[in-house]
Design a protein around this ligand. Structure first.
Ligand SMILES: [Zn+2]
Length: 78
């Protein structure tokens, strides 16, 4: 988890409640994307390890270019 994601997860609700009405919609969209990146909100990939046979679930990235975790370079689900 990036530092900005932890900040958004802690304070975005309060911030949006107070200032959300005055923000451009795209800013709210970016906050939601970063807040939810790799949380499972965007779906998940299942990978089966060829060595041990275990199935691993990897939550999808948000794909938003402003997100410091994925910066639009990691594949999104769907
Ligand atoms: Zn992301």
């Amino acid at each position: 988890m990036s530092a900005i994601q932890s900040i958004f997860q802690r304070y975005a609700g309060q911030y949006l409640e107070r200032y959300g009405h005055a923000m451009p919609a795209i800013h709210r969209k970016v906050i939601h994307a970063i807040d939810s990146c790799r949380s499972g909100d965007f779906g998940s990939h299942l990978y089966k390890c060829q060595a041990c046979g275990l199935v691993h679930m990897v939550p999808c990235s948000c794909g938003n270019r402003h997100c410091p975790t994925c910066q639009n370079e990691k594949p999104r689900c769907g």
